[in-house]
Ligand binder design. Structure first.
Ligand code: PLP
Length: 278
């Protein structure tokens, strides 16, 4: 990870080497807190407002106070302007008192260099019994710091020779990747798991659904089993870092990076262009 520029802690710039928060913070001790990762294209953040909305939702679910939205937006824009093409990250820590979350909470914002990625990816399906898969929990829909289970699934899939994991829920539904949403194309229709199964409301997924509408592709959101995915013609990941990325293998089944996915990729690039470079 390469940090570009200073780290802002509660809005105060600190050099990356001096950027520290307390070891007593429950963000560190218990993974209690929330975060966002946003893409800056040439110094402008794509869909800053929906990201800030999601941060507010996450913080509210965790009962964590946050600084006012305009200040957070200004801090994000200021690190993006200096960093240019980058990934801007925001972390709200839980604070230093587990019985009163938010006590001495810190907000940390910095930009990371975009890591060059591959043009396709492979995934291994892995069951995710910790995921609610449609049942409710206090943190359903929150982008909380506690990503240990997700990361362990990625690491296990990578140990088996795949680029990442694909999470299958306790009720058998296709959910999402550890850090991406999933969609596929079957007979020209774009299908993607619905938010009601408790997946993260991905900003990229929302944008890709809009793109599908613009290019005349039918979209269906719902609860899908693994066979629905395996019977598809094409499949792809959607995330801030990957944008729309063809998945060319799920377990032993190969998929082609087809024309439907290409249409969504091109449409997504056009959307970014239209929103940020007008
Ligand atoms: C679990 C999960 N699902 C989906 C996504 C994609 O969300 P977004 O498009 O907002 O980056 C992420 C992003 O990190 C994620 O962690």
């Amino acid at each position: 990870m390469t940090v570009i520029g200073d780290v802002l802690i509660d809005g105060v710039p600190v050099s990356a080497t001096d950027a520290v928060i307390s070891v007593f913070d429950i963000g560190f001790q218990r993974g209690y807190g929330c975060f966002e990762a946003m893409r800056s294209y040439d110094g402008s953040i794509f869909r800053l407002s929906p990201h800030l909305d999601r941060l507010e939702v996450s913080a509210a679910k965790l009962r964590l106070p946050t600084p006012d939205r305009d200040s957070i937006a200004d801090w994000c824009r200021s690190v993006a302007e200096i960093a240019g093409d980058s990934v801007v990250k925001v972390f709200v820590s839980g604070g230093t008192d587990a019985s009163v979350p938010g006590t001495n909470s810190r907000i940390v914002i910095f930009a990371e260099a975009v890591r060059p990625g591959s043009s396709t990816m492979t995934v291994q399906a892995r069951t995710a019994p910790w995921h609610t898969d449609g049942d409710w929990s206090e943190l359903t829909g929150a982008k909380a710091l506690s990503y240990g289970f997700n990361l362990a699934a990625s690491v296990a899939a990578q140990a088996n020779g795949f680029d990442d994991a694909l999470l299958i829920g306790r009720h058998g539904h296709v959910l999402e990747g550890p850090t991406f949403a999933i969609g596929w194309i079957r007979d020209g229709v774009f299908q993607t798991p619905g938010l009601e199964i408790g997946i993260l409301e991905s900003i990229t997924r929302t944008a890709t659904i809009e793109v599908a509408g613009r290019i005349g592709m039918t979209v269906e959101e719902g609860s899908y089993g693994f066979d629905d995915l395996m019977g598809a013609d094409e499949t792809f990941a959607m995330s801030t870092l990957r944008e729309v990325l063809p998945i060319v293998q799920v377990d032993d089944r190969k998929f082609r990076a087809g024309i439907g996915t290409k249409g969504l990729q091109d449409g997504f690039a056009a959307l970014v262009e239209a929103e940020l470079y007008r």
